[in-house]
Design a protein around this ligand. Structure first.
Ligand SMILES: *[C@@H]1O[C@H](CO)[C@@H](O)[C@H](O)[C@H]1NC(C)=O
Ligand SMILES: *[C@@H]1O[C@H](CO)[C@@H](O)[C@H](O)[C@H]1NC(C)=O
Length: 392
């Protein structure tokens, strides 16, 4: 445009002086004007074409966006459908598992047979002195509740079954010296650790085999040997400690190598699951005196260590929970009843509904009949359905 004007002005000054020049100038100007007009109309065309193209493009994009939105809805529906189907399948699997408690592989099959033989032998063994007449056994897991995701993959959380307080105790990790205490469940689920009280222990703990029982914390310390430390939670002092009177200890659960001693509380008092080199295939059980920390009685259970994840005790019977190295569903696959009242055959296999990774601990609360579990950093409560031992 600027160039055109420039040429025009130069031409004008060259021809303006003569009459012949005037005519030529008029012709020249007309030609230029025609050319300019043509170009202007071309611009118009182009502009309106661009306008149309832009509109078309905008419309296309809008349609695409609309379609995307529709697709998204379709996807969401699809996802929901799939979820429902997965849930239904899981329920079916649950049902099938309770109907046909077939062990998942031959290896386990053999162990079960072995277990039954051992059960028959065990009946001859002496019964420990029962403190209560409890005879509850798990019939199934009735419900699960995921309370929170907190801390490391391994840890434990628990309540004192003998106390009227609702305090929640959190042991994050398999070794540390600081216990978090929340006044009640709600405070734990709703707030961060900044709101928690802290108890600093005189020695770090090892594993997840600790319990809070009657106002005391019983926890495992490893120095050269393993010790059980009894720590008074009200005045924060060590009341007593005892070297666990067993030599050459090995991890008690094949899938949780951090636990050499796992203390459990039930209706009858305190127990310890442990394992030794001497009998390295099976879980051993001991009854512990909560006052003196002395061991009252010991048993070799028929429950294999291999693929065991954790265990708990209910009314004097140990329930060992198994899994596979590639985590599937946790199940109680071996029960040893120290009180000797459980019928040996056809015990139901109890399955836990779902899992994230690995249960690093399961703490049974005899008052509430539920289990506080730590599954890969999720804090879960399993509510148990019970039956009398004789009715299993
Ligand atoms: C305990 O855990 C905290 C937080 O993870 C960490 O900072 C601290 O060093 C640990 N203490 C010990 C003694 O392991
Ligand atoms: C702490 O309390 C326990 C039990 O109530 C008691 O035996 C112990 O002497 C107390 N320790 C201190 C240092 O007060």
């Amino acid at each position: 445009m600027m160039q055109t004007q420039l040429v025009f002005i130069v031409a004008f000054s060259a021809f303006v002086s003569t009459g012949r020049g005037q005519q030529s100038l008029m012709e020249y100007m007309e030609r230029r004007i025609v050319l300019l007009e043509e170009r202007i109309s071309q611009w118009h065309d182009q502009n309106s074409r661009h306008g149309t193209e832009l509109r078309d493009f905008k419309n296309k994009v809008l349609t695409m966006l609309e379609n995307l939105e529709k697709d998204k809805d379709a996807w969401r529906n699809e996802m929901e459908n799939t979820n429902t189907r997965v849930e239904r399948l899981e329920r079916e699997v649950d049902y099938l598992e309770t109907q046909n408690p077939a062990p998942p592989c031959v290896e386990v099959d053999e162990k079960l047979t072995e277990l039954q033989i051992n059960k028959a032998q065990k009946k001859k063994k002496e019964k420990y002195e029962k403190l209560t007449d409890c005879s509850d056994a798990i019939s199934q897991v009735n419900a699960m509740k995921i309370l929170k995701r907190f801390g490391s993959t391994s840890g434990l959380w628990t309540k004192d079954p003998l106390s009227t307080s609702d305090k929640i105790y959190i042991f994050d990790g398999t070794t540390n010296d600081t216990v978090y205490v929340y006044p009640r469940m709600r405070d734990f689920t709703l707030s961060s650790t900044r709101k928690a009280a802290r108890i600093k222990l005189p020695y770090p703990w090892i594993g997840t085999g600790h319990v809070v029982y009657g106002g005391n914390l019983y926890y495992i310390r490893r120095q050269n040997e393993f010790q059980v430390i009894k720590f008074d939670l009200s005045n924060k002092t060590v009341v007593d400690s005892a070297v666990f009177p067993v030599e050459q200890q090995v991890p008690v659960y094949g899938l949780s190598s951090f636990n050499y001693i796992d203390i459990a509380a039930d209706e009858e008092g305190l127990w310890a699951m442990y394992a030794t080199k001497e009998n390295e295939k099976n879980v051993c059980l001991a009854k512990i005196d909560p006052v003196t920390l002395g061991i009252e009685q010991m048993w070799d259970t028929p429950c294999p260590i291999e693929n065991a994840e954790t265990a708990f005790v209910i009314c004097g019977a140990v329930y060992v929970v198994y899994n596979t190295k590639l985590p599937s569903r946790s199940r109680v696959q071996c029960i040893f009843d120290a009180s000797g009242t459980m019928p040996g055959e056809d015990l139901p296999l109890v399955y836990f509904p779902k899992r994230y990774g690995a249960h690093s601990s399961m703490k049974y609360n005899p008052k509430e009949k539920q289990i506080y579990a730590w599954d890969d950093g999720y804090q879960i409560i399993y509510k148990l359905g019970m039956k009398a031992k004789g009715e299993l």
